[in-house]
Design a protein around this ligand. Structure first.
Ligand code: BES
Ligand code: ZN
Ligand code: ZN
Length: 501
């Protein structure tokens, strides 16, 4: 989709439809309708009345125009009352306009960029912030995973055109649109990898996907095969993969490799391409969702791609331990003891708690890079979904400031994170009689005991753990995210990295 800017008026705006955002407060509403009425005459009053359009959040109505305007139709898109306005409101309103445009076979969608400079209720945004957010709403909401349909629905909307009022705004908006495209394309890549079935995306092909993005955009990708993984002593990754015929991979991605002048940040993503649970097998119902158990890895690949394309001034390292978790004849068994990279040991009490076993190796290895911060992303626990549902990522870690920065980026991008406690008292739940730590901590506080397991393998660095089990795998559509893989983490981390230091 093309993203363009046009300095013009509503009257002259050329597009197959122009979306205008309408506020529900009655005084503002009346004023806005009056202004549009100047171009349309009193027909607008009748339509607004007949359609019972009030400018509430989620409402949309189509106005057919006449020769006075260049565009044949206008979408009035409700934003709700101004006291509730936020960037997220605009993101969602843009998504509604985009879906309407799709349904109405609009090819060139115009958006009248509103100007809001600190309204009385305190919400304010610059034109470029607004345009960026609106572009996100459009680009993310029109995503569809249709690779395996033999008959695909056509993508009608080929251009999103921002209608702005001045030259200065024009320049600012044009600048942020290329950024929006890059970040949304990276999010869509992460979604594609998540939604792909496990007979397409398995460790070798996940690694190949990282490689092909790296070749296209210029970040370094190193792929370890099973031999190298054995030689290096990644006992957790080997144990989990032992039940599978497909070999594991360990993928190292690097943006700005060798730049000693830049801060190093390591991202670690869980790359389990299918989680059947292993010998501690999962119930059949819903098991297919576990093709998305590599969502952490997908987020790392997407983030790396966007960070490279944006030229972010950090030395960014991505680590993805990737394997299936199946139950072949040589599968690991409950009671097994694993020796991880770095020498610490763990007892496998439940083979379905496999994510932490492979992350343990990668987190211990992350110390080698002398990072300023390490952030891991993992669809780690069902317990996190029980605690927070699908609207917040669970966050734990050892550094308040790092977590505060992630929290802030979560609010900005609306990929919100919520801290869960890592009190020492929970630790006795993962004490083992035979090894340094046990891989499950019983029924209660499962997201926390999983994080405490990871903490055992953290070297001397600042660390945040993001449990994305609920936010990466959606059972229902969200306003600009269809059900399935959400691509969560990419927008969050790009915002975080952009604001680093
Ligand atoms: N991949 C799952 C966690 C998961 C569950 C992600 C639901 C997304 C949706 C993970 O490997 C797992 O199976 N965890 C177990 C841990 C338990 C055995 C301690 C869980 O959460 O049930
Ligand atoms: Zn599992
Ligand atoms: Zn898993």
């Amino acid at each position: 989709m093309k993203l363009t800017v046009q300095t013009t008026t509503l009257r002259r705006a050329k597009a197959d439809a122009v979306a205008i955002f309408i506020t529900a407060d009655s005084s503002i509403f009346k004023h806005q309708i009056l202004e549009i009425g100047k171009h349309l005459g009193d027909r607008i009053d009748r339509i607004v009345e007949l359609e019972n359009f009030k400018g509430k959040e989620g409402e949309i109505v189509t106005l057919l125009t006449d020769k006075r305007l260049s565009t044949p139709r206008i979408f009035l898109v409700g934003l709700g009352e101004s006291k509730n306005h936020s960037l997220e409101r605009y993101r969602r309103a843009a998504a509604i306009a985009a879906k309407k445009a799709m349904a109405a076979s609009v090819r060139h969608l115009g958006v009248l960029l509103p100007s809001i400079s600190g309204d009385s209720h305190g919400f304010s945004a610059t034109p470029s912030e607004l345009a960026y957010t609106l572009a996100e709403g459009v680009l993310l909401s029109l995503y569809k995973y249709d690779k395996y349909f033999t008959e695909k629905k056509k993508q009608n909307v080929v251009e999103l055109r921002f209608i702005v009022s001045g030259k200065n705004i024009h320049k600012d908006v044009a600048k942020v649109l290329s950024r929006a495209r890059i970040v949304c394309e990276a999010t869509r890549l992460a979604r594609d990898l998540e939604n792909a079935p496990a007979n397409e995306i398995y460790p070798e092909t996940l690694a190949a996907a990282a490689k092909s993005s790296g070749e296209k955009y210029g970040f370094r990708v190193t792929i370890w095969d099973k031999n190298r993984i054995e030689q290096t002593g990644f006992g957790g990754l080997l144990a989990v993969s032992s039940g599978s015929d497909r070999p594991p991979r360990f993928v190292i991605l690097e943006h700005n490799a060798g730049r000693n002048d830049l801060d190093t940040i390591v991202l670690v993503g869980k790359g389990v391409t299918f989680d059947a649970g292993g010998i501690s097998i999962k119930p059949a119902s819903g098991m297919s969702e576990m093709k998305m158990d590599m969502s952490g890895g997908a987020a790392v690949i997407g983030t790396m791609e966007a960070a490279t394309r944006l030229g972010l001034p950090v030395h960014l390292v991505g680590l993805i331990p990737s394997t299936e978790n199946l139950l072949g004849g040589s599968a690991m068994k409950p009671g097994d003891v694993i020796i991880h990279y770095g020498g610490k040991t763990s007892e496998v009490d439940n083979t379905d708690a496999e994510g932490r076993l492979i992350l343990a190796d990668a987190l211990a290895y992350a110390g080698k890079f002398k990072p300023k911060a390490v952030i891991d992303l993992a669809t780690l626990t069902g317990a996190c979904v029980v605690a927070l549902g699908h609207h917040a990522t669970g966050m734990m870690g050892n550094d308040k400031e790092l977590m505060a920065q992630l929290k802030k980026s979560g609010e900005t991008t609306y990929e919100r994170v919520w801290e869960l406690p890592m009190y020492d008292e929970y630790e006795k739940q993962i004490k083992s009689d035979i090894a340094d730590v046990k891989n499950v901590g019983g029924r209660w506080g499962g997201a926390i005991t999983a994080a405490l397991f990871l903490k055992k393998f953290i070297e001397n660095y600042k660390w945040a753990h993001l449990d994305i089990a609920g936010t990466a795998i959606l059972e229902e559509d969200l306003p600009y995210t269809p059900k399935g893989g959400s691509g969560v983490g990419v927008r969050l981390l790009i915002d975080f990295l952009t604001n680093w230091r």
